[in-house]
Ligand binder design. Sequence first.
Ligand code: ACO
Length: 322
Amino acid sequence: MTMPRARITGTGSYLPEKRVTNHDLARMVETSDAWIRERTGIVERRMAAEGETTSDLATQAARNALEAADLKVGDLDLILTATTTPDLIFPSTATIVQHKLGGSTSRMPAFDIQAVCSGFIYALSIADQFIRTRACQRVLVIGAETLSRILDWNDRGTCILFGDGAGAVVLEADKDGKRGILSTHLHADGSQADLLYTSGGVSKGNLGTIRMLGNEVFKQAVRALEGSVDECLEANGLTKEQIDWLVPHQANIRIIQNTARRLGMPMERVAVTVERHGNTSAASVPLALDEVVRAGRIQPGHRVLMVAFGGGFTWGSALVRW
Ligand code: ACO
């Protein structure tokens, strides 16, 4: 019997209305539009309104993905939400989303994944395992963040980088096993947590804000993403020319360009949203994916490589045959 593959049958996303431009930030910290554009590629990012939570963004993105897949929440067997900025310590954002979608009577399991900017790739990999082992037929995977809540608005090295948003995909078991997730590869290295972390947490007794040694993280991100590309190609016995699309984590345009170069991929085949979204952590890959899918640019049969790197450090890839 062929093993089922997890096929993406619907994508969705949601961005809060409020835009924060580089010029807005230049009124708050000592920075400039020119510096931010040149060093990061970011022009603006979105910010959740007061009272708007991660689960609000996640629910909207999930609704859009379910609609695209032509499914109802009751059809789902599992909901996974990747987030670093949950509404509450508990219940998980995934269970809050389940209820907001009207799915609580169906009682499907729902839980959160925390792997910072790699969270969506981690969640996708977990969903893939549930589908391949036939434990689930249909899984909703969401990446959603309100990073604006954990920024130090006096630290120009971090507050210019991040934004809020959500993206989601619906995965369904593809019985003939031809289309869907071909492989996922996950990694973590906790030894350099002092380069990228939050200055507080529940058991530390204060919420804290993002702290980062940007240029060191930059070097590590470039190296890890290059390794992820090579690892995925080797595992699937593919050459770079056989990859049709790159959907990378959106942290910095220079990191994205470097990963594209590693693949010999022209930038027209790279999903880029960093200029409009900034770094939305776990939401960035599904947000970028939804954009290129809805534009009709990804076609059936295309091989789509998603890669991410983030706090932990965590990093990884997922290769999908569309
Ligand atoms: N405006 C103006 N100047 C600034 C700003 C700013 N917003 N921020 C830093 N500077 C200054 C620094 O103080 C420094 O000044 P100095 O030379 O006088 O000391 C100078 O600019 C250069 O600073 P660097 O940190 O070396 O700048 P760099 O070119 O590395 O860019 C950046 C910084 C954009 C943060 C970059 O390093 C980066 O993108 N890093 C990777 C981020 C990333 O991938 N994170 C992983 C995911 S995030 C997550 O998981 C939560």
